[in-house]
Ligand binder design. Structure first.
Ligand SMILES: Nc1ncnc2c1ncn2[C@@H]1O[C@H](COP(=O)(O)OP(=O)(O)OP(=O)(O)O)[C@@H](O)[C@H]1O
Ligand SMILES: [Mg+2]
Length: 412
């Protein structure tokens, strides 16, 4: 059986000075087996071992804590020193020294810097040793404190490194975001400027003016949508979430149909299948749920297999509204799924679509503000983004007639 190394045990093993520390302990005490152990109320685990006796006990070996004298150190919180077990009144009848064949023993507690118990620094030998009354105990206590300090500074260092990597990643993503935003705003802005210039040249030609005005209007709307996304990003990142206008909505199905119609007109060649029946009255912010659906559906159209249909299915089951958007396409890796809802994040090079990487962040924030959840499931064939809104959250359950509708909107 493969056993994973406990994080606490691994932390000790990453301290470079531990082998020489154990060698020094062996030299000072004369004990030929020295070790650092993680000791909990349940188990004793060797973190690092210096075994000059050939006992065969390796790092990561674990024992029931009751079979070790370290348990006495843990429960008393005090160091334990035995010069010769066979003549020590407290230990001559104790089963553990006889079982492991040692005479001399020393063990000092290791505490974390916050005072929590960590384990022991110990040594044993089959021969009696003169340990009590020497500097051995004071040295061992000092070493235990050094180990504790090392553990603490290593933890701080590792946390700082993780935070630094995270900050670096976020700042790279933010730079990309600004570049994409600039790029996305430049095109419609160019259209507006050129359109206005052409309009000035076409004064009096009503037909031409109408065409140009529509062009300018379309570009203006596109810019407004981009700015809205950036505003949503700021609201979401401020922690308060996206503000909602909650109201009982009897026609959520209609709102979803409208989203589907809009995207059908943008992608006329695509097969978009919608199933949304008898959703009842839902207490929600319908335009925001339409935005959630629109972002998911656009992604499904853009990133899924463009030769296959995509599906939108909404139904009410188990006192919850479920909205599933499904597309064909290769399985998304666990790493991709873990990043999807982060702002600015895009599966960069592979993406055929230059987006801001905000769509799913906004989806996640809308779901969160509603008290709902987003889950993603991705197989070799299908990818489904599922929004689930428990209706009792809004006290609307009585108004919801539960119906069962298939999840994948007719997608095989
Ligand atoms: N249905 C999907 N299948 C595969 N990959 C997806 C799917 N939906 C999203 N992704 C991946 O997740 C990334 C983030 O999606 P998101 O909607 O947040 O941003 P975007 O589509 O790149 O830009 P925006 O939505 O802001 O225009 C996408 O770039 C894409 O790589
Ligand atoms: Mg998107």
């Amino acid at each position: 059986m493969i056993q994973s190394v406990l994080p606490d045990v691994a932390a000790v093993q990453r301290i470079a000075s531990i082998p020489s520390l154990l060698a020094t302990v062996a030299q000072i005490t004369g004990l030929r087996f020295t070790c650092i152990a993680r000791v909990t109320p349940e188990s004793w685990t060797a973190c690092a071992v210096l075994d000059q006796l050939g006992m065969g006990l390796l790092p990561n070996a674990t024992r029931a804590v009751g079979t070790t004298l370290c348990d006495l150190v843990r429960t008393s919180g005090k160091a334990l020193v035995i010069d010769a077990a066979s003549t020590d009144p407290a230990f001559k009848a104790h089963p553990i020294p006889a079982q492991f064949g040692f005479e001399s023993f020393i063990s000092v507690p290791i505490r974390r810097q916050n005072g929590d118990y960590f384990g022991t620094l110990s040594g044993i030998d089959p021969l009696p040793k003169n340990l009590s009354g020497t500097a051995a105990l004071a040295s061992m206590t000092l070493f235990a404190e050094l180990i504790s300090q090392q553990l603490s500074s290593q933890q701080v260092l590792e946390e700082t490194q993780v935070a630094l990597l995270d900050a670096r990643e976020t700042s790279e993503l933010r730079e990309q975001f600004i570049a994409v935003l600039g790029h996305d705003l430049r095109n419609p802005l160019g259209t507006i400027i050129t359109g206005a210039e052409l309009m000035l040249l076409s004064l009096g030609d009503e037909k031409k003016l109408t065409i140009l005005a529509k062009l300018v209007q379309g570009s203006g709307k596109r810019m407004a949508a981009l700015v809205d996304d950036v505003v949503d990003l700021t609201r979401g990142k401020m922690g308060g979430g996206i503000p909602l206008n909650l109201a009982p909505h009897a026609d959520l199905g209609d709102a979803l149909r409208q989203v589907v119609e809009e995207l059908r007109s943008t992608y006329p060649q695509r097969d978009i299948r919608l199933e949304a029946h008898a959703l009842g009255t839902v207490l929600c912010d319908a335009p925001r749920l339409a935005q959630l659906c629109s972002n998911l559906l656009k992604n499904a159209l853009v990133y899924g297999d463009t030769s296959k249909p995509v599906g939108v299915a909404a139904h009410v089951a188990d006192d919850a509204l479920e909205l599933a958007v499904t597309n064909h396409g290769p399985r998304m890796s666990d790493d991709t799924v873990a990043h999807l809802f982060k702002p600015y994040w895009r599966a960069a090079a592979k993406s055929p679509h230059e987006g801001l990487g905000l769509g799913l962040f906004i989806v996640g924030e809308i779901a969160r503000s509603h008290g709902g959840t987003m889950t993603v499931s991705s197989s070799d064939e299908l990818t489904t983004f599922l929004f689930r809104l428990p209706c009792h959250q809004h006290g609307a359950s009585a108004a919801w007639p539960p119906t069962a509708a298939p999840h994948h909107a007719g997608i095989p």
